[in-house]
Design a protein around this ligand. Sequence first.
Ligand code: UDP
Length: 401
Amino acid sequence: MMQARRILNYSAFGLCSAPYQAARNACRGTAAKRRRTLKLLEAIVRGTAEFARSIVWARDSSNWHEENNLGDMEVRYLITGGAGFIGSHLAEELLRRGNQVIVIDDLSTGSIENINHLRNRADFHYAIDTAMNRPLLAELVDESEVIFHLAAAVGVRLVVDSPVRTIETNLKTTELVLELAAKKRKKVLITSSSEVYGKGREIPFSEEGDLVIGPPHKGRWSYGCSKALDEFLALAYWRERRLPTIVVRLFNTIGPRQTGQYGMVVPTFIRQALADQPITVFGDGQQSRCFGWVGDTVTAMIALSEHPGAVGKVFNIGNDEEITINELAKKVIEVTESHSPIKHVPYNEAYEFGFEDMYRRVPDLQRVRQLIGYKPTKTVDEMLRSISAWMQNRVCPICPE
Ligand code: UDP
């Protein structure tokens, strides 16, 4: 067993095995007769289980929380990728609301630092391992009632440098999470990305709109494509097998604990500004993004996971305040009172030859607003100030003590 694991021992089969054993002992007579009786018993057990499952699946699973009496109860949540930037904030918020949290993370892009302050809590359990570890993941899925699937290879830098890892991680983990969740009928929220909109030009991007992904020889698009496939699979599980799934597309989420190591622009710019180093704006800097606050993102994810109307649907989550990367660089300099110059770097140099960027990326937030009353709470300036304060003091302004 791994050193870092603190998972309760639990056997999903403990309950079923007692009557089965009793029946087995009750079988008397010749060996052949015992075998025949056992076979018959096994067939009955299998048949009954199948029948029970088919009744459960046939029911409409959209009122899953009520059906499972999880209304105001403490719920046990599994977060894959829970030591990552967003996952760790989600864990904190779920714990703050009085729930139990189990995290699985292989620390490939996440960090133990992100969950250090939670490790000694009795309501927090974690496993340092890949979400592709089938037996372990199966055990953790058994242990939980709701699954937030965040484990993924993320960041444009990582995607361009390691496309095999990106594609394999994103497809395999989602496939396994959904398969195991379906066996035990656990609700799953899958995190996708605004990257799935690709080169689409119909701004703002609506959940019903087309996905315009670039050609496969340009590595960048493998990320959006793998996430789109994750979405297809999650929605297929809902449609075909009535597994309650929800998909969220996150738009450039930012906040404390995000690292610039894998290409994310905000922590990169703030780090450069605090060191008075040149701010590296890629391309002409006219491309734009909308930056969403991590606190708003996790609040929305939890609200969606609890809302019966969210099941089987896709939701954009983020902020719709658009800003060009040139403007962002200027704001970062202003907020940090930096002396950094702005340096434009061609995409070919920054990433790879022929790199394609998304020109604009603005979410249509109507759907999430209508369902859960979602409203971004921070302006870009406020977010930059908070992140800059965190980077200077390593004190998290939105984390509970
Ligand atoms: N970017 C930049 N300088 C950097 C990192 C990123 O100008 O050091 C640009 C990048 O080309 C993109 C935008 O900032 O246009 C957002 O990049 P990020 O990697 O954060 O996320 P994306 O929205 O591209 O997934």
